[in-house]
Design a protein around this ligand. Structure first.
Ligand SMILES: [Ca+2]
Ligand SMILES: [Ca+2]
Length: 208
């Protein structure tokens, strides 16, 4: 009897170790520096992210910069601020998840899994509205030179002076065009209004 109980306990422990990596894979953060705390090259912006248009300054109008060593970040000590006094078009701070990364391989190998894109946005007292979105980039399997894109976006936030969490969930399997495969994902923070500012922090792209 004792031997049977030991054997059962052994099987349960084995199953536990077998399942643990699967659980870990499902909750792994797919974005790098998703909380904007890291700036190892000291250029005034969070590493692994880039601005679009790419000429945007960290100090003069319009601005995309990391606010550091602050006590009012949504997570840690840093967040991203996008601001301008006037202008047209949108201002974006983006992260590109390319095909060869383990992060995109995880998404490709589980296209039926539900992905959640989350972040926190806070608008300045001078107005501003902002959103977070992802562009999924596909390549036609019949014609590799043909690229197709699909956009998933959170609601536009107009909350002033307080952090508001936004979230959208989606499945790659639901939006993938016929005869194509996923080759990259761009995740974007976006200031939409022609003037004002928005703060962004505490991002996440994960399987749920
Ligand atoms: Ca940097
Ligand atoms: Ca942060």
């Amino acid at each position: 009897m004792k031997t049977t109980a030991t054997a059962i306990a052994g099987v349960l422990i084995f199953l536990g170790f077998a399942i643990l990596p699967l659980l870990a894979a499902e909750t792994q953060e797919l974005l790098k520096n998703a909380d904007f705390e890291e700036d190892r090259n000291g250029d005034g912006r969070a590493d692994h992210w880039f601005s679009y248009p790419n000429s945007l300054s960290t100090s003069s109008d319009p601005v995309i910069r990391t606010v550091r060593e602050t006590n009012d970040a949504a997570s840690g000590k840093s967040y991203i601020q996008i601001s301008r006094s006037s202008g047209k078009g949108t201002l974006n701070f983006s992260q590109h998840i390319p095909l060869q990364t383990p992060e995109l391989q995880a998404i490709r190998s589980n296209p039926g899994g539900t992905l959640a894109l989350k972040g926190k946005i806070r608008n300045g007292p001078d107005g501003g509205n902002a959103a977070i979105f992802a562009i999924l980039i596909f390549q036609s399997t019949n014609d590799p030179s043909r690229k197709l894109t699909e956009k998933v976006t959170t609601p536009i936030v107009s909350a002033i002076n307080q952090w508001e969490e936004v979230c959208i969930t989606f499945k790659v399997a639901d939006i993938i065009p016929p005869n194509s495969e996923l080759i990259a994902i761009d995740v974007n923070l976006q200031l939409i209004s022609s003037k004002g500012s928005a703060d962004f922090d505490d991002f996440s792209l994960k399987f749920e």
